[in-house]
Design a protein around this ligand. Structure first.
Ligand SMILES: *[C@@H]1O[C@H](CO)[C@@H](O)[C@H](O)[C@H]1NC(C)=O
Ligand SMILES: *[C@@H]1O[C@H](CO)[C@@H](O)[C@H](O)[C@H]1NC(C)=O
Length: 185
């Protein structure tokens, strides 16, 4: 698994810093325009079609607001992380797992909790932007929090490179983590 899944959010926050200077209000904009905004924002991401698939349902809420788009992407990711936390916690409670597996899963639970905290901090920074005097500083903070979230998400996966962990458990975690990253692909 590669960190590139998460690069989109970094892209989106970078994209945000450009858009802020040009954004204009579009009170009577059509739905079509909103969809185009999502599509063109997703266009330069690593997996444009995945990005569009996960974010297009929010087109009418996002409108053409880059701040809203990034917030929606972060919130969607946070919900996925929460679902992953649930899956991993259930696995951890399974009686049949070995001590090794339990140790790896326990670390993973901590990593996912950290990821969630960092995503929340990133959302907080993004939300502060409209009132912030130094918008670029706030964006940079959001990028830092998002990078930290990527690092923790990957730490969880690194734990599973250990051969002592059952293949089925590895696969279940991998699938779960891939789903976690998907909204911002
Ligand atoms: C996406 O990018 C390609 C070229 O890189 C361009 O031809 C296309 O129109 C873009 N699509 C959107 C929706 O912006
Ligand atoms: C995570 O899921 C639980 C239920 O499984 C829910 O109570 C909680 O509010 C969720 N937290 C987030 C941040 O989505």
């Amino acid at each position: 698994m590669e960190p590139k899944y998460f690069f989109t959010i970094l892209f989106l926050t970078t994209f945000l810093s450009f858009q802020l200077s040009f954004s204009s209000s579009t009170p009577s904009a059509q739905q079509n325009k909103y969809s185009t905004f999502i599509k063109s924002s997703c266009n330069s991401t690593t997996y444009p079609s995945q990005c569009v698939k996960y974010l297009l349902p929010y087109a009418s809420a996002v409108k053409t607001n880059p701040l809203s788009l990034v917030k929606v992407a972060l919130h969607t990711t946070l919900r996925s992380a929460n679902a992953t936390l649930y899956t991993v916690t259930q696995l951890y409670k399974t009686k049949s797992i070995t001590k090794w597996e339990a140790a790896v899963l326990k670390d993973c639970i901590e990593d996912i909790k950290d990821t969630m905290d960092e995503l929340k901090s990133s959302i907080k920074e993004i939300s502060s932007i409209p009132k912030s005097k130094d918008k670029h500083f706030a964006i940079s903070n959001a990028q830092t929090w998002t990078s930290a979230a990527i690092t923790d998400e990957n730490s969880c996966l690194d734990g599973f490179s250990d051969r002592k962990v059952n293949q089925a458990i590895k696969q279940k975690i991998r699938n779960s983590i891939v789903n976690l990253a998907r909204p911002i692909c």
